[in-house]
Design a protein around this ligand. Structure first.
Ligand SMILES: Cc1cc2nc3c(=O)[nH]c(=O)nc-3n(C[C@H](O)[C@H](O)[C@H](O)COP(=O)(O)O)c2cc1C
Length: 187
């Protein structure tokens, strides 16, 4: 069993977070959830309250006393799903001005997996530069770009083509990830 931080921002696509948390829980891992204030509004708007049920702990985004604010806590990694351009910029700038951004900063400094799933279109140069910056600092940038060549029959199957990549780069066991990717032929 490993513990993972899942950060959810006010970008569209909260279903990616819901299904990431669902699989982590199914595979016996624990999810510590942090949702930004805009993230809460978009989560509700997109009808993704099931996400809370897949999370062991839900941290207040303003609570810097939460365990995941410290490098001493034994988290295996973190995913920011979906990641708004605002939060991407804050992570790239090292601002650590809320718990989500601080937890991401901790992952980078402790050399733990940090998966960032940006969601915006089109990107401006600031977005692209910020992606470059976090990638150089050690994050893995996985755009919310599902693939269609496996002919996914449902939205969930389509979403899972991205979710499998997130789980893989968090370091989840390959045989477990394979069960997510099974329907579409590999990660
Ligand atoms: C319905 C809705 C969808 C949004 N989708 C996106 C998006 O896909 N990407 C993005 O960068 N911002 C998006 N935004 C704007 C962000 O919520 C806004 O920039 C916010 O300040 C992000 O704050 P956070 O990074 O603290 O969550 C959306 C806002 C709303 C209301």
């Amino acid at each position: 069993m490993s513990r993972f931080v899942l950060g959810v921002t006010g970008a569209s696509g909260v279903v990616y977070a819901t299904r990431t948390a669902m699989y982590l829980q199914r595979f016996g891992h624990e999810v510590t959830l942090i949702v930004t204030h805009p993230g809460k509004q978009v989560l509700e708007y997109e009808g993704q309250s099931a996400l809370y049920g897949y999370s062991k702990d839900v941290c207040n985004v303003d609570d810097f006393f939460a365990e995941c604010a410290s490098g001493s806590a034994d988290y295996a990694g973190m995913a920011v799903v979906p990641c708004s351009m605002g939060t991407l910029g804050r992570i790239a700038g090292g601002t650590s001005d809320n718990l989500l951004v601080r937890a991401a900063d901790v992952c980078l400094k402790e050399r733990r997996p940090l998966v960032i799933v940006p969601r915006e279109m089109p990107y401006n140069l600031i977005h692209i530069e910020n992606m470059k910056r976090v990638a150089l600092a050690g994050a893995v940038v996985i755009p919310a770009s599902p693939q269609f060549y496996s002919k996914p029959a449902t939205m969930e199957e389509l979403v899972d083509t991205v979710v499998a990549k997130i789980l893989k780069h968090l370091g989840v066991d390959a045989t477990q990830v394979a069960t997510v990717a099974h329907a579409w032929g590999g990660v």
